[in-house]
Design a protein around this ligand. Sequence first.
Ligand SMILES: [Zn+2]
Length: 316
Amino acid sequence: MLIDVHAHLIGVDPDNGCYVEPSMRRGLLFQYLKRTLGLGGVPEDELDAAYRERLVEWAESSELDGVGVLAMDGVYNRDGELDRDRTSVLVSNDYCLQVCAEADELLPVCSVNPHRSDAIEELERVVKAGSVAIKLLPNSQDIDPADPAHRPFWERMSELGVPLLTHTSFEHTIPVINQDWGHPRRLTAVLDEGVTVIAAHCASAGVVHLTEHFDIWLDMIRTYPNLYGDISALASMARFSYIGRVLDDEMARQRVMLGSDFPIPVSPWLFLNNLGWNEVTRLTGIDNPLQKNLATFRALGCEQSILRRGQRVLRV
Ligand SMILES: [Zn+2]
């Protein structure tokens, strides 16, 4: 099975349990993404349905056999209740499960903030409902993976055999509460509990940072057999410089899996030097962004095992 482990579900309708804060909705990135997805003229109240339709259509018409569709939990206060004021983006687990029920290719990756008062209950519920992994964005959800208070949560994840797909290193898209929570070393607390961890983007820092975490991830995969990485967004503007370093490292090749970070656009022309004009033109001509991502990584030399690893690591 060819599996893209990292595609975002986005919604703005509170009836779907979704939210994007108004300043983000007005922002350049949101408007740019709307346009690249062909959703430029779609009114707000039809946006969720239109996004969903695109995602289903692209997953079905690509070569992919599975696409991990990510929910996004919010920020929680000290009492374990949702903190609406500090939450910038919310995609409810029920909505994610509902959307994924619409197409065989879509695999739900629910999101459970371990700070919520019903965290373990919710974890058990979504795993029972078919969640193939749990997604976290610690920098924006205000979760310190190393906080000892979360140990029972990681323990339960380990018992359930559900992997953690977690954003690692700096976050650039969703407003950040604490960038330190993305440091890969903070994941040792989770790894020590025996949880399989997929560090999104292989813990690459991205173009705008002087501090680098990618080398720490390279070091950590040599210590932790339960640590993986996804190559999502490594064919996009912010992180394209890392894919060569991943593929040059024999151990990394054995630990990474295909991801797209959809709807973040893939830009094949970034690899003009490696792929040449004809290949870049061919890749740029692929309309389906999920297929374009897959084809670009394949052209860059990602072997079948990388494209298929998601099947072995996710709870499929
Ligand atoms: Zn992402």
